[in-house]
Write a protein that binds this ligand. Structure first.
Ligand SMILES: Nc1ncnc2c1ncn2[C@@H]1O[C@H](COP(=O)(O)OP(=O)(O)OP(=O)(O)O)[C@@H](O)[C@H]1O
Length: 315
């Protein structure tokens, strides 16, 4: 992740005519080459925020700056460098994938050679080369999402904004899609903003996340930092060891152990003040037991969200 700020919003708000305050005093910024997750439940204001970032919707208050420009005042300058994949992607189903992308590429004013070069490269990056001359109606949902990303890549943007990109995908396709995003960030240095309500699925690729609730950002930072902010430095250690029935008592006596929950035969969940796995391993060996598993468990983003939401509601 670089240090250059490529996108920033300051005190951004949007009140729709019907009185709904969809976005309320939002401030954050993105660094070049980072993958940022704008995460929250349906209706929390993610799409409204994205539309303002793209200059497609005017804010009621606050400012947006994308690559040094105001997207509402100079939409074309911003549009040229920012790729957008909406949650409902529309392709011409009876045209091939290649024809669909060529149709889009013509709007960029590229000559035929450049169009062909960019389309083939984008399709290859999304691993669709062997299907590029098939009609889109024969594509699976996951392939259409990848084609959506290929369409965005034809533009060679510096920033990509993806609204609910993993919506409707099975777990395997989610993992594949997210790994494509990570590889694009690594190879092209692109900056990504992903919106999603699938917190735990998307968190794995995000450098930082913003947790959204009713138009407000209730927490912002890396997942590890948010875990620490809301749960403190406590860690959970999953330990499995065979050979002794009263291992629980022994573990409880260890310095740094806050609590031990027995999960089943030979299986314990240890809450500790810090990562004391080497000490626990030593203790298990000294007791003559056979250690079969020793893993640090992190608080999931869903758990973090629930706690952040409670804390924000109590404020
Ligand atoms: N054009 C509109 N006119 C009036 N209210 C709107 C409009 N668009 C969105 N809203 C309201 O603004 C709030 C935020 O909606 P938004 O679509 O931004 O949320 P979201 O987090 O993207 O949700 P989803 O994931 O369901 O799309 C909701 O209460 C919604 O009903």
């Amino acid at each position: 992740m670089g240090n250059e700020i490529v996108l920033s919003v300051s005190h951004l708000s949007k009140q729709y005519r019907k009185g709904v305050k969809a976005v309320d005093d939002l401030s954050f910024s993105l660094k070049e080459g980072e993958i940022f997750g704008l995460l929250g439940p349906n209706g929390s204001g993610k799409t409204t925020t994205i539309l303002m970032l793209l200059g497609l919707l005017e804010s009621t208050e606050g400012t947006v700056e994308v690559l040094g420009h105001n997207p509402f005042r100079t939409p074309l300058v911003v549009k040229r460098q920012v790729g957008y994949m909406p949650d409902a992607i529309g392709f011409y189903e009876y045209m091939t994938a290649y024809e669909n992308l060529d149709y889009t590429a013509r709007f960029l004013g590229l000559d035929a050679n450049e169009r062909e070069k960019r389309i083939k490269a984008s399709i290859a990056k999304m691993r669709l080369t062997d299907r590029m001359h098939d009609k889109v109606k024969t594509y699976s949902h996951g392939m259409k999402r990848r084609l959506g990303l290929a369409e965005l890549l034809v533009k060679e943007p510096r920033i990509a904004i993806l609204d609910e990109p993993t919506q409707g995908l099975d777990p395997q396709s989610i993992r594949e899609f997210l790994s494509l995003i990570t590889s694009l960030r690594d190879s092209e240095g692109m900056t990504f903003l992903l919106s999603s309500h699938q917190l735990d699925e998307v968190q794995s690729v995000c450098d930082r996340v913003g947790l959204f609730s009713r138009g407000k950002l209730i927490s912002f930072g890396s997942v590890d930092a948010l875990g620490e902010e809301h749960f403190g430095k406590e860690v959970l250690i999953d330990l499995q060891a065979e050979g002794k029935d009263d291992l629980e008592l022994l573990l409880k006596k260890q310095k740094g152990v806050i609590g031990v929950d027995r999960q089943g035969d030979n299986h314990y969940l240890v809450t500790a003040s810090e990562d004391i796995r080497p000490i626990l391993a030593q203790q298990v060996f000294s007791a003559g037991c056979n250690l079969t598993s020793l893993e640090m468990k992190k608080h999931s983003l869903n758990e973090i969200y629930q706690l952040a939401y409670k804390e924000a509601s109590n404020e």
